[in-house]
Design a protein around this ligand. Structure first.
Ligand SMILES: [Zn+2]
Length: 146
């Protein structure tokens, strides 16, 4: 250890690349505080109990720039080797349109949603997707878009 320790400016428990983006209201539009919604899932303190909750937490991870969580919540067969989030994309809101199965007693499920975003201050754009989720090792993970 030859290096001097850096001044510790970060206060979040897990070091994230951009802790400045941590919001108070959850980006997934649940109306709850981030710390009581997707925050605990991102930090690893909590686990999604449904496919929809995992979907919400993945949208929030895009919004706060948590690439590590996105990789962790991706099925091992479809997970990209690495993921770099585009800093020019701002994820603005999420609308859940419907879900099938994906509950505590299921092993698979789908969630249909609209994710709204803007690029470089441009007009709002919409990503409409019906996604599949399965449990892997007991935890809900994202597989792919249908
Ligand atoms: Zn949330």
């Amino acid at each position: 250890m030859a290096r001097k320790p850096k001044p510790n400016l970060k206060t979040s428990p897990k070091s994230r690349p951009e802790p400045t983006k941590v919001p108070s209201v959850c980006p997934c539009c649940s109306g709850k505080a981030y710390s009581e919604c997707c925050g605990p899932l991102h930090s690893g303190e909590g686990r999604a109990t449904s496919a929809e909750q995992l979907m919400r937490s993945r949208f929030s991870a895009f919004a706060v720039g948590d690439a590590a969580y996105l990789l962790r919540s991706w099925h091992s067969s479809t997970r990209p080797a690495r993921l770099s989030l585009d800093g020019d994309t701002r994820w603005t809101r999420l609308e859940i349109l419907g879900a099938s199965d994906g509950g505590p007693f299921h092993t698979e499920g789908t969630v249909e949603f609209r994710a709204y975003y803007r690029e470089r201050g441009g007009a709002e754009e919409i990503l409409h997707e019906n996604s599949t989720f399965v449990r892997e090792g007991g935890a809900w993970v994202y597989v792919a878009a249908l």
